[in-house]
Ligand binder design. Structure first.
Ligand code: PEP
Length: 276
């Protein structure tokens, strides 16, 4: 079976409620009918409910940018999987590098207290992935190496280790239902995307890790995105690669026309190529 293709927009800490609703209203007609590619938007938490309502009846899915693993309780500022379901989320981003540590590494200038906000670890990512799945959310689990790790030749090991740790204790059936995103930390928000063949190669490493852990069928079926400075100009080079099943888009998802162009590119590629 061909793998699902997904273009997801991570709006990060951008857009008020009014701006968020305006953005999806502009986006929806531009992606209507492109049903060979799934489209998702991940607005900030304050706008989830309003965007969910604006999307009602459309094919564009809603996603959260992070989730906590408990269902409820004394966890100030956090959001639980049932809360995300309640506002209509299908997806949730987990383990984005901006949450694992500022741009992949704790920013020591902020001091140990401030750094706790950015404190996702492989262990917390694993708890979040499990909690999301238990509540019927599809986690989009992000992995990716920093520039020093790449320069030292450690990119493949870093992503393989993050995949192993993030998916520890999950069944093959669970893993078949998740989305992974390869997001090299040095490419996020820098305007310097990884080139298509290299992103394809690293995603091949991720798929081999899945094969080793969960078997060939699961490895062949999991949707794996590329993320890191994807825009309407480089989308074709990236998404046309055989291992790449779509994109997690940050900056370019804040503009309806640019984001829709990425979706349209993915749709043309999906029509002409079968990835499995
Ligand atoms: C992201 O936030 O996941 C991302 C890839 O951002 P950008 O596209 O802006 O690099």
């Amino acid at each position: 079976m061909p793998r699902a293709q997904l273009i997801a927009g991570n709006w990060k800490m951008n857009k008020t409620v009014g701006e968020s609703v305006a953005l999806v209203k502009e986006l929806m007609p531009r992606v209507t009918g492109l049903d060979n590619v799934e489209v998702a938007v991940c607005p900030p938490a304050t706008a989830l409910h309003a965007v969910g309502q604006a999307l009602a009846g459309s094919a564009v899915a809603l996603g959260g940018q992070d989730v906590f693993w408990a269902d409820s309780g004394a966890f100030t500022g956090m959001m639980s999987p049932p809360m995300l379901r309640d506002v209509g989320c299908k997806y949730v981003i987990v383990g984005h590098s901006e949450r694992r540590g500022r741009f992949g590494k704790p920013d020591e200038s902020l001091g140990p207290e401030a750094m706790r906000v950015f404190g996702d670890t492989d262990a917390s990512v694993n708890l979040k992935v499990k909690a999301a799945l238990e509540h019927g959310l599809v986690p989009i689990m992000c992995v990716g190496e920093t520039l020093p790790e790449r320069d030292e030749g450690g990119a493949d090991n870093t992503v393989a280790d993050q995949v192993r740790a993030g998916l520890a204790g999950l069944s093959a059936k669970n893993v078949a239902g998740i989305v992974l995103a390869y997001e090299p930390v040095w490419a996020i928000g820098t305007g310097r995307a990884c080139d298509g063949p290299e992103a394809n190669r690293v995603i091949g490493v991720i798929r081999s890790t899945l094969r080793e852990l969960f078997g060939p069928e699961v490895a062949a079926s999991v949707c794996i995105l590329y993320g890191g400075s994807v825009n309407d100009r480089n989308a074709h080079d990236l998404i046309s690669q055989p291992e790449i099943d779509g994109a997690l888009v940050g900056g370019a998802s804040l503009d309806a026309s640019r984001f829709a162009q990425i979706v349209q590119t993915a749709s043309v590629i999906a029509k002409n190529t079968r990835k499995d």
